[in-house]
Design a binder for this molecule. Sequence first.
Ligand SMILES: [Fe+2]
Ligand SMILES: [Fe+2]
Length: 274
Amino acid sequence: MDIFCRDVKPYESLNLRRVQFWLRIMKEHSLFMKLGFACSDAELIRQAEEFYNVFEDLEKQSCKIKCDEDFMAFVCRIMVAVKNIFAFKRHVLHLIVECEIGGYNYPLLIDHVSREAMYFLKLLQKIQDGDMKSPVDAIVSDNVFWLRHMADHARFIAGLLDPSERGFVEKANAFAVQFEQLQLQARDLDSMLWHSRPNNDLIRFEMDATNATIQIRDFKEAARDLISSCKVVSLIPPLLADHVLREAEYFLEVLEQIRNDIPNMDEMMVTCDY
Ligand SMILES: [Fe+2]
Ligand SMILES: [Fe+2]
């Protein structure tokens, strides 16, 4: 199921390091959106700058958290900011698809960053609402989310590379096809294993997803290094290249947790109340 479905939540648990990861991601989304607005859309640029400052400030405050109580209160404050940036992203997306504004923000990019805001919001809400009832549903939904995002990244990279970089464009498109296929497979598993136990097919699938993600992570790392040392021509800012690399690393961490948890999942499921 998609992240916009009511019951879907991220698989991993919430901790301060993950909160800091997502605060930085939200801050950078504000910057990328700002850079993509037409200069005549001054009010949208101003709002994007405001979001940048809000998330930068929250990042600084996150370094001062000393105890669980501080953390709980902090999470409640972040939720408000994340709900606001989610609404802003959806508003901008609406303006773009209704052709009410121009600029250089792909609609799919804005949809993508709004999905990430929803993911972060649901991760924060887990502190109150807990996990999804069935761990397998949570695993497969998380796979659907991240595999789609890896495919989107590959499409964005292909679209922002200079067309003369034929080899890299081809590689990025090949990753997009590979991750779109994995995402479809994850959706099949989503319905086939709904409310079910992990089976060997799921274990194999998690290995396939991990191997593909290691490859795209390495590709993004090489791209980031080439872009930052000006050895490839593209419209990709070095920060965007680094941003998508960090997201691949985050997904690999989630996949590692999933692979470690699956062998103990029968015990976890005994405690589930259906
Ligand atoms: Fe992002
Ligand atoms: Fe992303």
